[in-house]
Ligand binder design. Structure first.
Ligand SMILES: NC(=O)c1ccc[n+]([C@@H]2O[C@H](COP(=O)([O-])OP(=O)(O)OC[C@H]3O[C@@H](n4cnc5c(N)ncnc54)[C@H](O)[C@@H]3O)[C@@H](O)[C@H]2O)c1
Length: 326
């Protein structure tokens, strides 16, 4: 194994902190950069004594000068409730953040991986979505700060690749869940589990017939690392997600059963631009990375429910401090 210096932006977040754990376990030197907007110090506290780990408070909309071999660019709030809190900053994080991290990669000749999203497909008109689909995105709606920001970031990645020969990797992440999700992020898995654990009504947006496909965090991180290890000719985009599709109502029923909760399911109006169907075609990931998800929804939910139950027990569920717009 060659020890590498790896930068993880957004490293104190849900996915970033798991990625830091995996990279450290593999013997690498990890620099975690985060402004703690949605990330939490508790996600990385267990690594603070590790001599191979360093945490830096920094906002990636400002340039960063460090010497690294690889960069995973994950910094960006990921849930609608967080990215719509300060939409201008969300676009800046994706676009200016991409310019800054790509500039760094160019300067130090690092490989750089972008955590893009299935949201680049918008409310898709093809199903399941493969990487050749250009998407169906409302450019002026309330989700556009995230969707269009991520689309512009992809554009920047591919232009740095064509113009500067920067060694890029783009993965499009589909719904991922697991321990260390923010309990107040309003995403469907964390919402349902928290509501079920508290015995509150489970809120379905619409009638719950919309479908989603959920990937467990360890599978996702495995996909990240495999992508980074590919040769320079593999640039993506590559979908990473679990193609096992279920309705949101069925998800609520599974969670109620697993928690043994008395919660009732209630329907609320659908949010604007909420996609009706979302499911990855992972043929490219399977062929190129030899990757397929391994953790079943049943097993992943058990682990996630235990995490949230412990969090509720220790009363650490308040939102992370929010800083004002920069
Ligand atoms: N979890 C998913 O299902 C999912 C799906 C698609 C894409 N993604 C992408 O994966 C990445 C990580 O998502 P996550 O689920 O871990 O979300 P998260 O909110 O837990 O993590 C994002 C991290 O980025 C940090 N951050 C935000 N703005 C920043 C800035 N300007 N400078 C420095 N740090 C900043 C946050 O504090 C947080 O730690 C995001 O880029 C997200 O768009 C996630």
């Amino acid at each position: 194994m060659i020890k590498k210096r790896v930068l993880v932006t957004g490293g104190a977040g849900f996915l970033g902190s798991h990625l830091c754990d995996v990279l450290l376990a593999a013997g690498h030197d990890v620099l975690c950069v985060d402004n703690y907007f949605t990330g939490r110090k508790s996600n990385i506290a267990h690594q603070l004594g590790n001599p191979n780990f360093e945490a830096m408070r920094h906002d990636i909309t400002f340039p960063l000068y460090v010497e690294v071999d690889e960069i995973y660019n994950l910094a960006c709030p990921a849930s609608p409730v967080h990215y719509q809190f300060d939409p201008v900053q969300t676009t800046k994080t994706s676009v200016t953040g991409a310019i800054n991290t790509l500039g760094l990669a160019k300067r130090v000749k690092a490989k750089i991986l972008q955590a893009s999203t299935s949201e680049v497909y918008g409310d898709p008109t093809v199903h399941p979505q493969d990487e050749s689909y250009w998407g169906h995105v409302n450019p002026i709606g309330p989700r556009a700060c995230y969707d269009e920001g991520k689309r512009a970031a992809e554009t920047l990645f591919f232009d740095y690749y064509r113009q500067h020969k920067t060694r890029i990797k783009v993965v499009r992440i589909f719904n991922t869940y697991g321990p260390r999700m923010h309990p107040q992020d309003g995403r469907v898995v964390s919402n349902f589990i928290m509501q079920a654990l508290r015995g509150e009504d489970i809120t379905l947006f619409g009638n719950g017939s919309q479908t989603r496909a959920f990937c467990f965090v360890s599978d996702l991180v495995d996909g990240f690392v495999r992508m980074m290890e590919t040769g320079d000719d593999v640039v993506g985009p590559i979908n990473i997600g679990n193609p096992h599709e279920i309705t949101v109502r069925h998800l609520a029923e599974i969670i109620i059963r697993k928690v043994g909760s008395k919660s009732r399911i209630v329907e609320k109006p659908l949010p604007v631009d909420d996609p009706m169907q979302r499911c990855p075609d992972i043929t490219r990931a399977t062929k190129t990375l030899g990757w397929t998800p391994r953790v079943s929804l049943e097993d992943g939910l058990d682990t996630t429910i235990t995490y949230f139950a412990n969090l509720l027990g220790s009363n650490q569920t308040e939102p992370a401090a929010r800083r004002s717009a920069t």
